[in-house]
Design a protein around this ligand. Structure first.
Ligand code: ATP
Ligand code: MG
Length: 385
């Protein structure tokens, strides 16, 4: 905006001079262009400022009986930072000017007696500078808001892009799982031949054969779950009655086939060990995943321990898998549930917890995690009894 576009009531200026004649002359010279407030002393000027608030321009005489112009300008510095200041003076010595510019932030000094032309130019310059600074400030504020909105949009875009990538990855996993599940299942078929020798096998081998069967079942369940996650399905849940303690022990035995778990100390504490309604294969898969994660979090620490606790609460069975491993940083605690999120590099696919979430959801249950860095982790799921 040019200066001419501003209204007269916006062109407010305060003029302070102890000589009444000067106040009069000033008013005659400038009252048509500006809204003038004037007074003969600094004390009165303070009151006007209190009542009127910010002035774009203040013009003060330097030599006044109650307070010098520079002193007055210095005093109002803090509360009227944006005001443009002009000083009227007979002094032209360097020291005075340095103080005026540096300490009182004076924009122009005009030597008395002033000529209308010179003062008019100084006042115009002062208003231009004031309004320009205000416009700049407004533009910067608007820019800041736009920037913020832009950052938000970029974040949303990144989020959407990540979703799309995840969807695509899911689709690829789904295609692979479908293709492989058939092949893997047919490769697992020969295991059934063990049936022919099972009866003649020693008791120990019979146990081993059973473990092989159970392992085969878990592979089939795992492939089924990956398939189901890729297709966003909650299908093939065979909910049946099982004994909780037996199911936990069964899962621990199977989890121990994994070398990461095999030599870890696993303790159970059953506050509830009765009947639960669950899909045995799927719930076993949940427990194996949680136990594996706990074992991997413990790593090589010889103080590592995994505790599996169960209890009955509000018609639900609550099972916690607790470890004293590396724990999870606060800012990662939500991320761990995202499909393909893994902190384990080549050792992890980031699928385990998604499988757990999916299976627990299929049981109408809930799964949560409580953890802190270097403080271990507690994964708890509950399913209706
Ligand atoms: N008990 C735990 N202690 C510390 N971090 C854990 C624990 N359980 C899970 N996490 C963190 O959550 C991430 C995701 O776990 P998730 O089981 O989904 O994938 P993963 O174990 O990395 O790979 P996958 O299970 O597919 O082999 C892990 O990479 C790890 O950072
Ligand atoms: Mg895992």
């Amino acid at each position: 905006m040019t200066l001419e576009q501003y209204k007269k009531e916006d062109m407010k200026l305060l003029y302070i001079d102890d000589e009444p004649r000067n106040l009069e002359l000033f008013s005659i010279a400038f009252k048509r262009e500006y809204t003038i407030f004037s007074c003969p002393s600094a004390e009165e000027a303070f009151n006007i400022l209190k009542e009127q608030g910010e002035f774009p321009v203040i013009i003060t005489d330097q030599r006044m009986p109650d307070m010098q112009g520079i002193e007055f300008l210095k005093r109002i510095m803090l509360n009227h930072m944006d005001t443009i200041r002009i000083i009227l003076t007979c002094h032209t010595d360097v020291e005075f000017l340095i103080e005026a510019i540096n300490m009182a932030k004076v924009y122009r000094y005009v030597v008395k007696p002033w000529s209308k032309e010179e003062l008019s130019l100084a006042i115009k310059g002062a208003f231009s500078r004031y309004f320009l600074a205000k416009e700049n400030k407004m533009l910067i504020d608007q820019l800041k808001i736009k920037n913020l909105k832009l950052t938000q949009t970029i974040d949303e875009l990144k989020h959407a892009q990540a979703q799309i990538v995840r969807q695509e990855q899911k689709a690829v996993v789904g295609t692979l799982a479908r293709g492989f599940s058939h092949k893997i299942n047919s490769l697992l078929n020969p295991i059934a031949l063990l049936e022919n020798i099972k009866d003649e096998a020693s008791e120990k081998d019979q146990k081993n054969i059973q473990l092989i069967y159970d392992g085969r079942d878990q592979i089939a369940a795992l492939i089924g779950e990956i398939n189901a996650i890729a297709n966003n399905e909650l299908v093939n849940f065979l909910i049946d009655e099982h004994n909780l303690k037996e199911l936990v022990d069964y899962a621990i035995n199977l989890a121990k086939l994994d070398l990461d778990v095999k030599y870890k100390k696993i303790v159970t504490e059953h506050g509830y060990e009765g009947r639960i309604m669950a899909d045995k294969r799927k719930l076993t898969l949940v427990l194996i995943n949680l136990i594996r994660n706990a074992a991997q979090a413990i790593g090589n620490s010889n103080k590592g321990k995994i505790l599996i606790k169960s209890e009955k609460q509000n018609g639900h069975a609550r099972i916690s898998v607790i470890d004293n491993g590396c724990g999870i940083e606060k800012d990662k605690i939500d991320k761990i549930w995202e499909l393909f999120y893994s902190s384990k590099g080549e050792k992890g696919g980031g699928i385990g917890l998604d499988i757990c979430k999916h299976i627990i959801k299929g049981h109408n249950g809930e799964i949560t995690c409580d953890s802190e860095r270097n403080r271990g982790a507690i994964f708890t799921f509950s399913i209706p009894l």
